[in-house]
Ligand binder design. Structure first.
Ligand SMILES: [Zn+2]
Length: 208
């Protein structure tokens, strides 16, 4: 069967599915579809099989909300990580970004969103009950790494208030000048925040 586009219908279907993905326009989708067709059939089968089990095999950690294949994620299962320090982020993908830096050795907590009164997202719509339990269990530090958006800031303030009396130390990631960037290219909010959140610059720090 030939599709309206002139392509064989099965190819048109693949192109249509690919084009529905973010960042892939119709031309790229066609290029990818043709590329798959030009490769051994086993490549397409392998791709189809990996897609078929994606939802079934990837879920979220019951404790922290990170991606997990079953039960606890590999962060929560890793006894070498500091279980007393938790970095809170909005989405599972934020954890992947944090891990790219290789600097953080604590655990994570993924809210799966942020407070947004306009969209009807309150604390009960977020992965908050599990966080209450973790804080109550004697967490030492909660690092708020929600986004620098209005809602992200409001969420951070809300969490700081929610756990104010719990004894956990609350901190907020600093949003400063990106490494290697000239001040002239920063927007004024980034720059004024960088100034507001300046850290003490001792002699030892300067000599590093
Ligand atoms: Zn976990």
């Amino acid at each position: 069967m030939i599709h309206d586009s002139g392509m064989p219908a099965p190819l048109a279907r693949v192109v249509e599915m690919l084009a529905s993905l973010p960042g892939i326009g119709p031309k790229t989708a066609l290029r990818l579809g043709l590329n798959l067709l030009s490769r051994p059939a086993s490549d397409s089968t392998a791709l189809a099989e990996s897609l078929a089990v994606l939802h079934e095999q990837v879920g979220f950690c019951e404790t922290c909300g990170c991606f997990s294949e079953r039960g606890l994620c590999h962060f929560c299962n890793d006894s070498r990580r500091d279980a007393h320090t938790v970095c809170l982020v909005e989405q599972p993908v934020d954890v992947l970004m944090m891990e790219r830096g290789h600097g953080f050795r604590g655990l994570y907590h993924v809210l799966h969103g942020r407070l947004s009164p306009v969209d009807g997202v309150g604390p009960e719509q977020l992965h908050m009950a599990a966080l209450d339990k973790r804080v109550a269990a004697g967490l030492k530090e909660l690092i708020l790494a929600t986004s620098a958006t209005v809602d992200g800031e409001a969420t951070a303030h809300y969490l700081a208030r929610r756990y104010d009396a719990s004894g956990v130390k609350i901190s907020r990631i600093a949003r400063g000048v990106p490494e290697g960037s000239e001040l002239e290219y920063l927007d004024e909010h980034t720059l004024s925040r960088a100034l507001d959140q300046r850290v003490s610059w001792a002699v030892t720090a300067r000599q590093r």
